[in-house]
Design a protein around this ligand. Structure first.
Ligand SMILES: NC(=O)c1ccc[n+]([C@@H]2O[C@H](COP(=O)([O-])OP(=O)(O)OC[C@H]3O[C@@H](n4cnc5c(N)ncnc54)[C@H](OP(=O)(O)O)[C@@H]3O)[C@@H](O)[C@H]2O)c1
Length: 341
């Protein structure tokens, strides 16, 4: 038996290309004492991977040619010589872009067992109930805490972070307004996620549309993109408004020598804005609290999510390229194998 891996072929320059990756057949890894063999089922594709591959993301070393690409998966334990894991356990772990992985269950693999009693779809554990959902929950509940009747705006609103953030804000009684890059994304945001409105920022007069969607101004802006959109939304922020700085999607494909030139901070001062940087790693110790709050909403289908799936590990490179070009609609993931072997 072989293990198909996606490895780095060359460091991407600018927007990644499928040819930056190589799909290789390698021998099946062997399980030793204190280890278990995991069969990856769902691979999460996330924007941070662009920086991680280049060694620009915290805790990730720059990859070289032949290295397996970083990635978090939902996986099944196939064989175990580890005291805490048994064959048949479903886990979420850092097992990379490949079919099989041997883990020692240590910190570097960030292994988390999935509670079979939860009932949520397994793929949700890399989406609304995984790292993106935890990010959304932390930004809304622990940082912004939007008040009843306040206006909450979020970018990349069709994605797992933005979509979850807006729905949590709405569940807290805020008015949720999304910003997204196509009419279809906006339709999903309003009709499926239940936001009050969504504005397509690719339309020429989108800032007027935003004004119309936020007649009382913006109290909280959950920023997933940075760049000129952050500046434009800040213009409509209410005095003492809050900005959660979560992501910089407009910048990730730029190399170090082509960085964004920066923002004029004047409007942030004029608005007396509270800028709050968010790093999800600070909240992993609150996973149980997050699960307790959000899993029931997912199970009851009160918190909705949309997935953008590709089938087969070989398709991971092109699917990642699609994500980094903003062409994904919903949580980008790769189905590597069936839920039941
Ligand atoms: N701070 C943290 O700890 C943390 C943790 C997780 C994720 N994040 C960040 O949260 C953001 C959303 O993550 P996600 O996983 O939910 O991703 P996602 O929304 O599924 O995908 C990213 C989206 O960004 C939008 N986008 C805006 N400008 C873009 C550009 N110039 N190029 C490409 N895409 C662009 C696209 O949507 P539109 O077409 O709607 O613009 C794209 O679909 C990302 O910035 C991510 O890095 C931060």
């Amino acid at each position: 038996m072989t293990n198909i891996q996606v490895q780095l072929a060359r460091q991407p320059e600018g927007n990644p290309k499928a040819s930056d990756f190589q799909v290789m057949k390698t021998p099946m890894p062997k399980v030793g004492a204190g280890q278990f063999l995991a069969r990856n089922i769902y691979l999460s594709l996330d924007p941070y991977m662009r920086g991680a591959i280049a060694g620009r993301h915290m805790g990730h070393q720059r990859l070289n040619q032949g290295d397996v690409i970083y990635g978090r998966c939902v996986a099944e334990v196939m064989e175990s010589q580890h005291a805490e894991y048994n064959a048949g356990d479903i886990v979420v772990l850092e097992s990379g872009w490949q079919q099989f992985y041997v883990s020692d269950g240590g910190h570097a693999d960030e292994v988390r067992k999935v509670d079979p009693g939860l009932g949520a779809p397994l793929s949700a554990h890399i989406g609304a109930l995984g790292m993106p959902g935890l990010t959304a929950w932390a930004g809304v509940e622990k940082l912004a805490n939007p008040g009843l009747g306040s206006t909450f705006v979020v970018t990349a609103a069709a994605g797992p972070v933005g979509g979850t953030a807006g729905q949590i804000a709405k569940a807290k009684g805020a008015r949720a307004v999304g910003i997204a890059g196509s009419d279809e994304k906006c339709r999903i945001v309003v009709e499926e996620y239940g936001f009050d409105a969504c504005v397509n920022y690719k339309n020429k007069n989108w800032t007027d549309d935003l004004k119309a969607a936020c007649p009382n101004g913006i109290d909280t802006y959950f920023d997933n993109v940075g760049g000129p959109v952050l500046d434009a939304v800040t213009q409509q922020l209410n005095l003492y408004g809050k900005i959660v700085l979560c992501g910089l999607m407009s910048q990730y494909n730029r190399g170090a020598d082509n960085a964004f030139n920066g923002h004029n901070m004047g409007p942030f001062v004029g608005k007396r804005a509270q800028l709050m940087g968010l790093v999800v790693y600070d909240y992993y110790n609150r996973m149980n609290e997050f699960m307790k709050a959000v899993a029931p909403l997912v199970n009851a289908k009160r918190l909705k999510f949309h997935e953008d799936r590709a089938n087969g590990i070989e398709r991971a490179p092109e699917h990642f390229v699609k994500l980094m070009n903003g062409q994904n609609t919903g949580k980008a993931l790769v189905v590597i194998g069936p839920e039941k072997a």
